[in-house]
Design a protein around this ligand. Structure first.
Ligand code: B1M
Length: 224
């Protein structure tokens, strides 16, 4: 199979929520390979993991998101896509982790209170860990108290907040304020689809990045 065809099949599996060969969903792909097997195959064929991620997996998620906006698919389909994405991510993750023993510092990350989206946050965590940082991932639906408690355990850490909903991005402000209340100098990064540079400035965070690489660059340049 040629490289671009394999990458497109991965995108297709994620778009339609085809996890692996045995998964029964979607019915018209029953028995076919899913994101699991195809990602392993792509890596075995030597395809760059960055291409598999950006030209395959992320594109698949974008397509399902667009269809959701147009009311062409619903939450269950998005969940299947998210599951296919997470399964594929497990295979590419080792390629993004650096072997460096000495860590540059600690980065605490979480998706903010009320928000259960974790794919983007996981990608950011993975890239930052791969760039040589210790990452403490607090998961999803993380409130200010949990961020503050993690920071108290690891003073001097930088913090990353992710939000995917316009209704939850507002929770970032409270978290920033609470963190500033206990550790004023903490570098706070924010990101996620509805977040912007203006919003970042308005809530008193330090840096907005639209993507994981921007967050890595900021940490390496400003914090390490
Ligand atoms: Co949700 N959802 N969802 N969803 N979902 C969105 C976000 C939405 C835009 C879909 C739409 O309407 N088109 C919409 C939000 C609308 C809005 O607020 N403006 C939406 C909605 C409405 C909802 C529900 C309310 C639906 C409902 O129940 N009626 C509900 C809310 C649940 C909750 O959180 N309380 C909901 C639920 C879900 C699922 C659980 C089904 C599932 C999430 C599964 C999971 O994450 N494990 C889901 C999904 C999959 C999506 C879409 C389709 C995909 C999100 C995603 O993973 N994208 C999404 C539509 C879309 O984005 N096109 C949508 C891929 C990911 C790689 O990108 O997360 O943007 P992203 O992360 C990027 C950057 O933003 C950035 O880097 C990442 C990599 O490039 N980034 C950072 C992210 N965090 C960062 C932090 C940084 C720096 C960069 O520094 C710290």
């Amino acid at each position: 199979m040629i490289m671009s065809e394999l990458i497109e099949r991965i995108a297709h599996c994620i778009e339609f929520g085809k996890i692996n060969t045995v998964s029964p969903y979607p019915p018209d792909m029953r028995g076919q390979e899913g994101a699991d097997e195809l990602t392993k195959k792509a890596l075995a064929e030597g395809i760059d993991p960055g291409r598999i991620l950006n030209e395959g997996m992320v594109i698949g998620m974008e397509r399902v998101g667009k269809k959701f906006s147009e009311n062409k698919v619903f939450v269950p389909q998005m969940l299947m896509s998210a599951k296919a994405m997470s399964t594929a991510m497990q295979h590419i993750k080792p390629f993004f982790l650096s072997g460096s023993v000495k860590r540059k510092g600690t980065f605490i990350i979480g998706t903010v209170a009320g928000d259960l989206h974790d794919i983007g946050k996981n990608l950011v965590a993975m890239m930052i860990e791969g760039a040589g940082w210790e990452v403490i991932d607090l998961g999803v639906d993380v409130n200010a108290e949990k961020f503050v408690a993690a920071l108290k355990e690891k003073p001097g850490s930088s913090v990353g907040l992710s939000a995917l909903l316009t209704t939850t991005m507002v929770n970032m402000e409270k978290i920033v304020q609470e963190i500033r209340g206990v550790a004023k100098e903490t570098k706070i990064l924010v990101g996620g689809a509805p977040v912007s540079s203006d919003f970042c400035t308005r809530i008193g965070a330090d840096f907005y990045s639209p993507d994981p690489q921007g967050a890595v660059n900021y940490l390496n340049q400003r914090v390490a």
